[in-house]
Every structure is written in structure tokens, then in C-alpha cells.
Design a protein around this ligand. Structure first.
Ligand code: GLN
Length: 466
């Protein structure tokens, strides 16, 4: 059983209460304050909600499948309580008039939001060092990064503050921090969960998903979150249904490029141990190749900046958030507000995106990248005609020292080697803990499935987790 069900049963049976669970979570958030997982802890609001839920339970009402379960959410989800900053100064004072669909669905099932978690500003990054409000610290080693961009959500779960926290994943932002902190990070099929009310990064790869301590918890959350929402036209018709049959005798492909050059040998060794475990369970694992994987980072860092440069155009100092005080004219409002409101990585990506979309370079960069992306998708399709799932590590290295990549963004980008291919192809992928390095840093294994294989993928991951 996952942790969510344990809390729900305790709250429903009167062994615990929503208030007790929330108080516990708030106390844990305070006790772990120095990790800087949270940008805002919503104590008063959460306690009011908890008392409402307890009162409803006392009246015999059914308050839902997440009765009294405290949770945290990445600060790029719009919430009517607290602020929504996307960890960027430009939204420092922004209060959302709406809740994201995902937040609505969780709240409707009785879950209680206790805080907004830190991220790389606008989710641009893989370490949470690009936050406009300072980095989040790794749960296993304070001097190391949390991973990112959902670093705050990963650490909130890993530190035991909440049983689940929501993240977003454009090129690895749920899976990589999950792997760096030893928790489960699940990126569903593109379009499985409505993105309505979440700050857009790259619209063709953005997905929402949970960070949890068990796979069973991710399953419950998928049941609640997946499915159509009239406010996001990219959501697939409802297809998710938790798989109760344990998948047996699967054909699994170990992606050779994921255990090759440039990958930490300790991570390769852990991955091979995992393969042994799978074969002992009766699955067959063969080496497969995904030659286009070596271009994934190049493709990703053209397509994604192109899309985000357009999505970030709305932050103009007029409609949302902070406006530069010393601007003298309209042009100045735009440029100065964006200058003080974006972190350097946001600006770099807007510049790259505008460049690759400009008339002289569109064909040479953006169009080429989209063609290469199609080839990558075709390679995945070919593999999935033969294999049920593909595996490999989640990241080529363990969490690095805070500041180690300073001034060299390419080093950050290289950490996305294994997470960007499934993102570009819209595939579901999960990172689950797979031991640790000699110096005690968590390592993750990634399982990738064909589109809409979410239920089977989770059922498989749950079985191996046992
Ligand atoms: N690390 C990747 C990047 O910097 C992924 C970010 C994300 O998934 N939001 O773009």
C-alpha cells in the first residue's frame, strides 16, 4: 500500500484527522526550512481546509479519495491561495484568480495544499539553482543541488514533509530531481493531464505529474488527474485506468546509448544490477540502440527555447506581476521589467528561441530540429513494435555540488541526455530509486513506455519496486 491510502484510512477511521496530518506536514516543512524546498508555506489556509474536512467527515460525508492528505505543488501551478511566482521576480507579487485544473481535482478529492515549492525560474533548468529566490538543497547532501526544475517538490517528498508533490516535466523536470533525491517521479504521456492553469514553458512537451515515495501513490494520483478537461484541447480522451494484472514475461530493451560514454560508471553498474533483477523476475532484457538519442539535447535546446520564447512574451510588465519603476516609455516598461524580472537563463533561452525562429534561421535550425525530432520518434516507434518497455538510467550523473556548473549552461543541458528523448516523443516515463553511489547519493532508473501505456508502465514499476 502507498502512503496516501494509509493517511486516507487513518483520517476516515478517526485514528488521525486532517488537522493532525496538516499540522505534522507544516511542522516537517518548518523543521526542514534550510533545504529551501518551499517558496511559501500556506499554514493558515491549510488548517482552515483541514478543519472543514474534519467537520464534513464528522457529519458522515464522503470527502473523497484523498481525504486529509497534505500535498505541495510546484510554484508554476496557479493557485488561488498564496502567490504563483514560477520562482521568477517578474511574478513576485502575482496572485492568481484561478486554480489550475489539477489543483481543483486534487482539492475536490479532499487533498490539502500546504505550500508552493521552489523551481528553476519558469522551469528553465535541471538543478533549481536558476530559481530567482535561491537554490533548493539536496536531501542527501546539503552542498549539492536538488535537481530540477521541480527540485522543491522532490525534496519536500524526500524529506518526508508530504506524501506527494506535483511537478511539471518538459525535458526531465520531474524525473531528474526524483532521481537526485531518491523518490519516484512520474511523467505521464503528453496530454494525459490537463495543463490548464500551469505556467507554460514549451507547449509541445510540457506535462504535469506527481513526485511520490511509492509507485502505488502515483497510480492513485493518475486516476484523479488524468482525463479530459474542456479547458485544454491537447488532453487525450480518457484512457487511463489502473492496471490490476501484474505484467509478466515482458520484453525490455536496455538503451545502449544510456549506458555508454559520458555516463558515470557507478550509475551504469547500478543499471546493470537492475537488469539482472528484471531477468530474475522472468522478463527478457536485450540491448537496443536509439541512435538519434545523441541529437536529443540539440533538438530539445532548439525546439524548447523556440516555444518558450513565445510563451514568455506575455510577461511584459503590464499584464502580470512586477513593473519596472524607472521606465520612461512603453518600450522601457517592456525591456526594463523583463530585465529585472527574468533570471539569466530565462533571457538566454528567449534569445536562442527568437534566433532560431527568425526568418533567416528558421529553416536552418527550427525546421531541421523538427525533422530530427520526427526521426527520433520513428526510432522509438520501431523499438516499441518489438519491446514492451525501454530502460536506462534517469541521468548520467548524480547530484552535483551547488555552483559547480556556474557560468557553463552546457553542463546543465548535458544532464538532460536521457530525459529529453521521451519528452520530445511525448512518451510516459518514470524514474524510480535504484540504490545510491558510494558517497551516498541517490541514483534513479528510468522506464519508458509507448504513448498511453501509463497504466501498464506503473503496474510494472510497482511490481519491480516490491
Ligand atoms: N532540464 C531541462 C531544461 O532545462 C528540463 C526542464 C523541464 O523539464 N522543465 O529545460
Amino acid at each position: 500500500m502507498g502512503e496516501i491510502l494509509k493517511i486516507v484510512e487513518a483520517v476516515r477511521s478517526g485514528k488521525s484527522s486532517a488537522r493532525a496530518e496538516v499540522e505534522k506536514a507544516i511542522a516537517a516543512a518548518r523543521a526542514n526550512e534550510k533545504l529551501h524546498a518551499f517558496l511559501e508555506v500556506l499554514e493558515d489556509e491549510a488548517l482552515v481546509r483541514a478543519d472543514e474536512i474534519d467537520a464534513r467527515i464528522a457529519r458522515g460525508e464522503d470527502v473523497g479519495r484523498l481525504a486529509g492528505v497534505p500535498y505541495a505543488v510546484k510554484d508554476n501551478y496557479l493557485t488561488t491561495v498564496g502567490h504563483t511566482t514560477a520562482a521568477a521576480q517578474i511574478l513576485e507579487n502575482f496572485e492568481s484568480p484561478i486554480n489550475a485544473t489539477a489543483i481543483e481535482r486534487l482539492n475536490n478529492e479532499g487533498a490539502i495544499l500546504i505550500g508552493k515549492t521552489n523551481l528553476d525560474a519558469f522551469a528553465h533548468g535541471g538543478s533549481t539553482e536558476n530559481s530567482g529566490y535561491g537554490p533548493t538543497h539536496n536531501v542527501a547532501d546539503f552542498d549539492r543541488v536538488a535537481g530540477g526544475s521541480s527540485g522543491g517538490s522532490a525534496v519536500a517528498v524526500a524529506a518526508g514533509v508530504v506524501p506527494f508533490a506535483m511537478g511539471s516535466d518538459t525535458g526531465g523536470s520531474i524525473r531528474e530531481p526524483a532521481s537526485f533525491n531518491g523518490v519516484v517521479g512520474y511523467k505521464p504521456t503528453y496530454g494525459a493531464i490537463s495543463r490548464y492553469g500551469v505556467v507554460a514553458m514549451a507547449s509541445s512537451t510540457d506535462v504535469l505529474g506527481p513526485l511520490t515515495r511509492t509507485v502505488a501513490d502515483a497510480e492513485i494520483l493518475m486516476e484523479i488527474l488524468a482525463g479530459q478537461d474542456g479547458r485544454d484541447a491537447t488532453v487525450h480522451p480518457d484512457y487511463y485506468k489502473t492496471e490490476t494484472v501484474v505484467p509478466k514475461n515482458l520484453k525490455i530493451g536496455l538503451i545502449e546509448e544510456y549506458v555508454g560514454e559520458g555516463v558515470d560508471p557507478e550509475i551504469v553498474a547500478r543499471t546493470r544490477e537492475y537488469v539482472t533483477k528484471l531477468t530474475e523476475m522472468g522478463h527478457s532484457v536485450s540491448n537496443v540502440t536509439l541512435p538519434m538519442a545523441k541529437y536529443a539535447i540539440a533538438i530539445y535546446y532548439i525546439v524548447v527555447p523556440a516555444e518558450l520564447s513565445s510563451n514568455l512574451a506575455r510577461y511584459d510588465g503590464v499584464r502580470y506581476g512586477v513593473r519596472a519603476k524607472d521606465a520612461k516609455d512603453l518600450e522601457g516598461v517592456y525591456s526594463l521589467s523583463r530585465d529585472i524580472g527574468f533570471v539569466p537563463e530565462n533571457k538566454r533561452r528567449v534569445m536562442i528561441g527568437s534566433y532560431v525562429l527568425s526568418s533567416g534561421y528558421f529553416d536552418a535550425y527550427y525546421l531541421q530540429a523538427q525533422k530530427a525530432r520526427t526521426l527520433l520518434i520513428q526510432e522509438f516507434d520501431k523499438l516499441f513494435a518489438e519491446y514492451d518497455f525501454l530502460i536506462g538510467p534517469t541521468a548520467p550523473e548524480t547530484a552535483w555540488k551547488i555552483g559547480a556548473h556556474a557560468g557553463d549552461p552546457i553542463k546543465d543541458y548535458l544532464a538532460d541526455l536521457m530525459t529529453t528523448p521521451p519528452s520530445l516523443a511525448g512518451l510516459p516515463a518514470i524514474s524510480i530509486p535504484n540504490g545510491e553511489s558510494k558517497n551516498g547519493l541517490p541514483i534513479g532508473i528510468q522506464i519508458i513506455g509507448p504513448q498511453k501505456s501509463d497504466a501498464r508502465l506503473l503496474a510494472f514499476a510497482k511490481e519491480v519496486e516490491k
